[in-house]
Structures are given as C-alpha cells and as structure tokens.
Design a protein around this ligand. Structure first.
Ligand code: NAD
Length: 464
C-alpha cells in the first residue's frame, strides 16, 4: 500500500475539524480529513447541538399551542403529538446540514477518508476500518479534533438498561412517564425541558446547591424559578451514587436523600475528551491526568507538527470555541498569526427563555475583588417583549467601575442567544457600557433591553 501525501491532515470532522479543514483549503493547502463516521459534522451535527435544537423548537411549539396560544385570541382544539414525525423532522434537519458539509468539502477540494485514524510514527497516520488498515497517510501538519464523549460517575453504567446518554434521549420512541436527569448542566436542562414539554414528569438531580454551574448565579436562580414554574422538578444538593433496576424501574441512589424512581434516567454529568485508540502513545503526544491533550498557545502538542483543538483540549466544550480554535490553529500554521479571544466566548442555553452569557460573571468579579457597576433591565419593560407575549427575564451588564469597560453580559429572556452576539462584538472591540448605550438600537426590538441595561449601569435607563 503506497503512502498518500497531503500537506495537512485533520482527524475528526466535527465543527472544530471541518472548519479547520475548510480554512486550510482556503489558504491553499492540500487537506485531508479522517472521520470514523459515514456522516460528517461530529457530535454537534449528528447527536448534539443541531438535533437537540430541532427537538427544543418542536417541543416548544407543541407546548405553546397547547398552553399559551389562546392569549393571542387563537383557539386550537384537538392538539396531539406525532412523536415519530417530530423525530423524523429532527433527522431530516441533521441530514440536510451534514450533506451541506459534504458539498463544502467538494467545493474546497478536501479529500475525505472514512475510518479510524491512528498515529503509527512521526507525521504518519493510518486509517483503519473494522481493525483493518485501509490507508496510510503522511502530512507535515496533523490536527487532532476528535472532540469528546459523554462522561459518567461511578456506580452509573452508561447504556445499562434504562440508563441513557444524551444521544439516546434524542430518539426516545415514546415519551417516558417519569424521566430522571442526573446533572443540572446544559444537557440536563435542555433535554429535560424537551421531554417535560412532551409530557414526561422530569426530575433533575444535581450535586450542587444550584443549577447551571458556570452561569452567573443571579441568572441561574431566575432560570430555576422559571423552569420550576414550567414543571421541571429539581433535587439539589443530591450526590448520585448509583443506579439499579427494580421491577422495570430505574432507581437512583443518592448520598443524601431518598432514592428516586423513574422509567428512564438521562446521565448528563459532563463530557470527557475523546482521544482513545488514536495511537498518541506511539508518537509521544502528552495528555494531562484527566485525559485532555496538552497544547501551547499555538495549539502545538508535545510533538512537532501535531496540533489539537476543540473539546479534546482544555476549555469550554462548545462547538463555536472549537471552530475558532480550528481557524486560529490553521492561520497560525500558514500565516504565523491567528487569534481566539477566550474572554469573549459566548455561551447559550437553549431553554425557554434562553440563557446567554459572555465575559465574567458577577460572582467571578466579586471573587477577584474587581470593582464593577451593574446595569439590569427587565424584559417586562420592553415593548417588543410585551408585544410577542414573552416578557420574562432580564439583561445584566457588568462594567468596570473606573474604566466603564464591559466585563460581562448575562441575559435570560427571549432570543437571548441572538442578543448576546452584539455584546460579544462589543467586548471584542473593548467597548464601554457607554459605547453600547450611545449606539442607536431599532425600536421596537428586544435589543433595546441591551441598550437600557447599558444605560442602567449609570442609573439612567429610560423605561425603568
Ligand atoms: P455540565 O458540565 O454542563 O453539567 C453537569 C452537571 O452534573 C453539573 O451541574 C454537575 O454538578 C452535575 N453532577 C456531576 N456529578 C454529579 C453527581 N454525582 N450527582 C449529581 N449531579 C452531578 O455537563 P453536561 O450538561 O453533561 O454537558 C456537557 C458539555 O456539553 C458541557 O460542557 C457543555 O458545554 C456542552 N453542551 C453545550 C450546550 C450548549 O452550548 N447549549 C448544550 C449541551 C451541551
């Protein structure tokens, strides 16, 4: 078998890997991508961000029509759920987007290999299928973008009967009567919301005394209040120690509190870097004691010519962070310059209402004794939010007490995930809260709540 040569090999076709490959091709490189899956797009497109957002949208419509549409003077009777159709639509959305990546690969003349990649020696990767070597590839630059996989806790065996990962919870063929979720993080809250809206009784069991660790405390508190009102049950300060099956039910055992019984259990306690069977030990790529590939500021691993980006390296496990790193890594290789501003990476939780954040939380500023001013504006005082009957939550802007530079923005409310883009751009350009306040925002839009929160940092919001 002759060795095929490329200038760059990217291992993994998720958002980090496929974006890195396209950027490298744009910059004139001959690029190859290896992915073991037939379908491109990685966790995000196949079994993560996109299918979950498709189900969040469908389930939100179902709930809105059942419970909230009558306020508009629209009476709908006989609403019923066709779960099979809902799941098929989700699959169709995903398939369309993954086909889109295939087209982008063709357009950019990226060579694709399907199979498991394994480093055998310096600058050499073999592609295996079913344990059999099908290709041998060589490149000057090799980027590891293999992502992450669901993690679990001791005593809870993933894929045991009734114990599910987020992948399983995207395709339940019937609505579980009782669904217990372990972990009140991103996945637990999003998928818990989906199945509650579709009719499940959902209990979220969380080790900490709060939901959504990492999200601003005041926002998380408001989220808990609103999600509880919607019917999600939270069992906080509950450390899960194991699960067992009894009479066809899954029993969750916890250190402090009675056992919890459910038909299904979704384990959402975080994700772990995925670098198994990559042959990293064959060439000496170093990982830390938690399994993350160690890289420097240029995404270089301990081996020359081998780089890593995305969930397989430390940092927030977010598709858009992986994309930014993919682009920066390639640009650094080809042009010598590339950048990711880790202080301005937005995060969004796609609940109803959405939760979005960029920059420092209020808790972090307090911990670091950074003096700040806070401006908060509720959506109840925003004309558009009232008009669309969606006036929950608020925008909170945190600005430096002396320089007025925006240090963080935290939003819970309608379309928070879109509103945060303006705030991330403002932070990227080093804006002050006055810069946001002096920017003309169209009326009537939800974005006026961002402007008002900026005004509120100086106690001069107009509509409050
Ligand atoms: P997470 O880290 O967001 O939350 C895990 C939760 O499980 C934490 O609250 C933790 O305290 C809790 N937990 C851990 N051990 C426990 C125990 N023994 N008993 C009870 N609770 C326990 O993880 P996730 O929700 O699984 O999501 C995984 C990753 O995927 C996250 O890092 C997130 O960034 C990413 N993700 C992002 C989005 C998005 O951007 N909207 C959506 C889904 C997932």
């Amino acid at each position: 078998m002759s060795t095929k040569k490329h200038q760059m090999i990217v291992i993994g076709a998720g958002p980090g890997g496929y974006v890195a490959a396209i950027r490298a091709a744009q910059l004139g490189m001959d690029v190859a991508v290896i992915d073991k899956n037939k379908v491109l797009g990685g966790t995000c497109l196949r079994i993560g961000c996109i299918p979950s957002k498709a189900l969040l949208e469908s389930s939100e419509k179902y709930e809105e029509i059942q419970k909230h549409i009558s306020v508009h003077g629209i009476d709908v009777k006989g609403v019923s759920l066709d779960l099979e159709k809902m799941l098929k639509r989700k699959d169709k959305v995903t398939q369309g987007l993954t086909k889109g990546i295939e087209a982008l690969f063709k357009k950019n003349k990226i060579t694709r290999y399907q199979g498991e990649a394994k480093f055998t020696k310096d600058k050499t990767v073999v592609v295996e299928s079913g344990g059999v070597k099908v290709e041998e590839l060589e490149a000057e630059h090799i980027i590891i973008a293999t992502g992450s996989r669901p993690a679990t806790i001791s005593g809870v065996e993933l894929d045991a009967e009734g114990v599910d990962t987020s992948t399983d919870a995207l395709s339940y063929n019937e609505v579980p009567k009782q669904l217990a979720v372990i972990g009140a993080g991103y996945i637990g809250i999003e998928l818990g919301s989906v199945w509650r809206r579709l009719g499940a009784e959902v209990t979220v069991v969380e080790y900490l005394d709060r939901i959504l660790p990492g999200i601003d405390g005041e926002v998380a508190k408001e989220a808990q209040k609103l999600l509880t009102k919607q019917g999600l049950k939270f069992e906080l300060r509950s450390r899960v120690q194991g699960t067992k099956i009894e009479k066809g039910k899954v029993i969750i055992e916890r250190r402090n509190g009675d056992p919890i019984e459910a038909d299904r259990v979704l384990v959402a306690v975080g994700r772990a870097p995925y670098a198994l069977n990559l042959g990293l030990e064959n060439i000496g790529v170093k990982r830390d004691d938690r399994g993350w590939v160690i890289v420097d500021d240029d995404y270089k691993t301990s081996v020359e010519g081998v780089y890593a980006i995305g969930d397989v390296i430390p940092g927030p496990m977010l598709a858009h962070k992986a994309e930014e790193e993919g682009v920066a890594c390639v640009e650094k290789i080809v042009t010598g310059f590339g950048h990711v501003n880790y202080a301005a990476i937005p995060a969004v939780v796609y609940t109803h209402p959405e939760i979005a954040a960029v920059g420092k939380t209020e808790d972090e500023l307090k911990d670091k004794a950074i003096e700040y001013r806070k401006g908060k504006f509720p959506f109840i005082a925003n004309g558009r939010a009232k008009a669309i009957e969606y006036a929950e939550g608020f925008v909170k802007i945190l600005a430096h007490a002396k320089t007025d530079r925006v240090l963080g923005v935290h939003i819970i409310g309608p379309h928070a995930g879109d509103l945060i883009a303006e705030c991330a751009a403002a932070m990227e350009f080093g804006a002050s809260s006055e810069d946001i306040a002096r920017t003309c925002h169209a009326h009537p839009t939800l974005s006026e709540a961002v402007k008002e929160a900026a005004l509120a940092t100086e106690d001069r919001a107009i509509h409050m």
